[in-house]
Design a protein around this ligand. Structure first.
Ligand SMILES: O=C(O)CCC(=O)C(=O)O
Ligand SMILES: [Fe+2]
Length: 244
């Protein structure tokens, strides 16, 4: 399997010490057909990121629910927690209805949201799904966050702390989305191109943010696979906007 990065604008240099510059660094990946991913290698200072990590690791009421996948019950392969504003429509995924905690229960989450909104002015988020991967055996399988309550073009901002993990994106194996891209090309060209353009990978670093927007949830799926070498804990926060 070939996973290649296609960056329209690749300015990232995570070793740069200048904090202001770091916040401005981003890689924009145009996935085509109105889908886009932006990766910010560092939106939160290293030291602050560890403070947030410790808080989240110790204070969030993590839960490992039983979910339903392809009609079977199984333990979700990572810890989770859900936070949503008052009156926000209840989230249900894989037959699981997480209890919505309030933003006021965990004030540092509002600080992280403020940082996210400084980087993404004009964006709106009213809910947050938290994930904790306790080691390399914890993962999230291929999926799209395409629940109706997020609308047709949701923006999802995903902030990572702790152990670096790989994040993969690949085009949804649906005939319609493949056809839209490749209708008028010969098969040989199509196959070659497919390897390069239909899959992307990112290493999500401590203090980084990855944003998915446009039609990414309609046309693409993503995953954080098992990694034998990832021994320590990773915490990931995905900020979302539920339509009211
Ligand atoms: O942990 C991650 O980076 C991704 C999590 C994710 O895809 C999700 O919560 O829907
Ligand atoms: Fe997701």
């Amino acid at each position: 399997m070939s996973l290649r990065f296609r960056a329209k604008e690749a300015k990232a240099n995570p070793d740069d010490d200048d904090e202001k510059n770091q916040k401005k660094q981003r890689m924009v990946v145009d996935l085509g057909n109105g889908s886009e991913v932006i990766y910010f290698p560092r939106i939160i200072k290293m030291e602050d990121s560890w403070k947030f990590f410790d808080y989240l690791n110790n204070r969030i009421p993590w839960n490992r629910p039983t979910i339903r996948v392809f009609g079977r019950s199984c333990l979700q392969p990572r810890d989770t927690c859900y936070v949503a504003g008052e009156g926000v429509t209840q989230l249900i995924y894989s037959g699981y209805r997480p209890h919505p905690y309030s933003w006021d229960d965990f004030p540092p989450l509002k600080d992280i949201l403020d940082i996210v909104l400084k980087v993404l002015p004009g964006s709106r988020f009213n809910s947050l799904l938290l994930n904790r991967y306790k080691g390399g055996n914890d993962y999230v399988g291929w999926h799209a966050d395409d629940e109706k309550l997020y609308g047709s073009t949701p923006e999802i901002a995903s902030v990572s702390f702790g152990c670096e993990r790989d994040f993969f994106l690949k085009i949804k194996p649906s005939k319609s989305s493949q056809d839209r891209r490749t209708d008028d090309e010969p098969v040989s060209k199509r196959l070659k191109k497919k390897d390069n353009l239909d899959q992307h990978s990112f290493t999500l670093k401590h203090g980084s943010m990855l944003v998915m927007r446009g039609y990414t949830q309609r046309d693409w799926i993503h995953s954080v696979p098992r990694r034998a070498k990832a021994e320590s804990t990773r915490i990931n926060l995905t900020f979302r906007h539920v339509l009211q």
